[in-house]
Design a binder for this molecule. Sequence first.
Ligand SMILES: [Mg+2]
Length: 457
Amino acid sequence: MFRLNDPKLGFCRDCLAPRRAAASRRCAGCGSPRVLVHDELYELRIAHIDCDAFYASIEKRDRPELRDKPLIVGGGKRGVVSTACYLARIKGVRSAMPMFKALELCPEAVVVKPEMEKYASAGRQVRAMMQALTPLVEPVSIDEAFLDLSGTERMHGAPPAFILARFAQDVERELGISVSVGLSYCKFLAKMASDLKKPRGFAVIGKAEAPAFLAEQPVTMIWGVGQAFAQVLHRDGIRTIGQLQRMEQGDLLRRYGSMGNRLFRLSRGDDTRRVEPSNERKSVSAETTFDNDLATAADLVPVLRALSEKVSARLKKGDTAGQTVTLKLKTQDFKTRTRNQRLPDPTRLADRIFETGLGLLRKETDGTRFRLLGIGVSDLSDTARADPPDLIDLRSRKRALAETAVDALREKYGLRAIETGYTFGKGTKGRPPRAESTDTPSMRPPEFWDEMDLPDA
Ligand SMILES: [Mg+2]
């Protein structure tokens, strides 16, 4: 039993013995420098766990001769870095960097082709270990998740901080890879914390220090502030979160619409989003930001088609269906338009999602230039009532049958094997970004905008 409520007493992350912060900062028992002490250590319950250089760590585990060499997982068709180990990162190699550039920076690196099956299996093992800590595990990608450990203290006989440290040890011992932990009172700060002390990190951000910590950070650390929006903020002279903290809510709302609200709240460390296990997902959606703003139906419709197929594929994979279709557009000046339509019965078919979205899109293509298009479905239910055979509309029934056949082929030959008339030959313009270029292919990437929406204050 780990009975601690004295916040001045932390513990050693290596021998797990209770320790006071010593002047030397080393554990008096085992000599480890990894002593964890924090005023709010035993009050914080929201964690973000992220595996360290996931693909590269798995390769090093499986091929010990690579352990001390700089390692890049990547190459293949796209010729980019998937993951670089920390030795390669020291030389400046980064995820999504073209391989030739990575090898310029680190010519001695060993390059290994990604083996997704292997990583997915390790990801499932990590996930299962997380779920043994709490049922409230919200996966973010193959190797990272949020955990809400509220109410688990009695079950584990120890506070969340201690359980998480022991979890990190267990993962190292059982799976041969390492994780970094961020512990805080909300998702936004837990996520930031997990990134602070990688690899094998454990960082704590308490309520008391949050505003000062945030003030120092660049605006790009805020969820939803990508490069393009950051440029808008920079043009307005806003670079740090501290500057946002000094601005009035009304001012931010006037300038940036609903995004202004998010800026106001997150800059103050106010994030009320709950950790939601994946089976509690409320909507499935996909969106994409264009390289160049698009205005015409001719340009937008193929993108809508591709996104509808993506959403449909996810619904089918999750064995779920949705009854409300939502179209999302973001204008050149970052105003968001969302339009909904409720269907007579739930659907999982790309065709119905697309047709419904198309009806909504037609009303919005008025010459406005858009920088983002998204489509999603909500009101999720199981598939029992979905897409009933429609005897009246024989055409739609045929489409449904055709789609089922196409799905089967895709399953067999891969997602891009079958292109529909709308997406075929359109090149990559406006296409949803491909997951394989990134460090960790997201299962629930930023394109799930529902996750990023904060309830209005
Ligand atoms: Mg990771």
